[in-house]
Design a protein around this ligand. Sequence first.
Ligand code: C5P
Length: 407
Amino acid sequence: MTLAGKHILLIVSGGIAAYKSITLIRLIQKVGGTVQAILTEGAKQFVSPLTIATLTGRPALSELFDLTRETEIGHIELSRSADLIVVAPATAHILARMANGLADDLATTCLLATITPVLAAPAMNVRMWEAPATRRNMETLRRDGIAFVGPNEGDMACGEFGLGRMAEPEEIFEAIEAHFARSGGPLPLEGKRVVVTSGPTREPIDPVRYISNASSGRQGSAIAEALAARGAIVKFVTGPAEFARPKGCEIIAVETAIEMEAAVSAALPADAAIFTAAVADWRVVEPAGLKLKKDASGTPPEIEFTANPDILASVSRLPGGERPSLVIGFAAETGNLETHARNKLARKGCDWLLANDVSPGTGVFGGTDTRILFLDGPEAEDWGELSKIAVAERLADRIANHFATES
Ligand code: C5P
């Protein structure tokens, strides 16, 4: 019960999802947390200050220049006395004000003055979410260390469908719990040994040429960092990639699939193994010792290929004592996602599989965002469109929950 005794400053801004803050307050209080609410002017159009005050047992604040309160508490104290500030719903407008350091009401003044961690649950129309200005603001806020939960995809109050719907109160509550699980007491993955593969492999043809792919290592690197931040001892086996230095991990750099396989077996035993690497399926049987020369007729060389070892499949099939208790694979597909993903899960013998569509035009391969279909045995969950960092956080929390319920 990580939330017992914790004090949450809940900032409710003016969106239709404001009514869901009532459920969120109840969830927090049910496990022994306390809530002080601040309502923006807009929020008061959607939810009554009296309802919020009655529920929280404290006045629902919104005026910056309430002199009594300024002398009694003051906005600085208000923002610092909380263990966590939650902005739910966070409208496009309040996100823009936060990103630009505006302080024109009590809510934004507290947000600017605070040294307390902030978790925001964006809620807005899909076009507003996708607008370049919101994209820029989100990027800034992420860099500033603001944590996010949602938004989700779904039907909107305005009749449109898409990304921008606020995460459900239960999901926000889980994110709050996960925050405290990370920040207080032992970390949830303290001491767990995890191996993560990442990036492409590079298979030589001759001393200057090779076969490889465009994997950036962004997803694997984010997963390794998220696990290390939760206390795991992470061995990060990476091919030559742009993102190859996750914080807090032991880094083992390799080039070929054969080297990656050897590095993974040397990194075992482990409690979990996550295979994000885009391993080349084939390698050249005998790479030339010298650079291949063009012959006078212009005939291309005949190159013989052989299959690379499937590292994920072989680790999944290790005998009981040697197999990590949780083996996770990835699938990059271009169509028929669920069917291919289900076949892959069975064929590889792993426990969980995260499938994403990397068709041209999606921008997933090498990009910052993705859309995951998560398979855990027969269960399939669409995680919606998320940044690769958000996928890493969600997966790391899931792994932590897996080990928490197992022990
Ligand atoms: O078969 P496919 O390449 O689509 O499988 C993808 C999954 O298998 C990924 O998790 C990838 O890291 C892993 N894999 C592997 N060794 C290979 C090929 C794929 O570990 N030779």
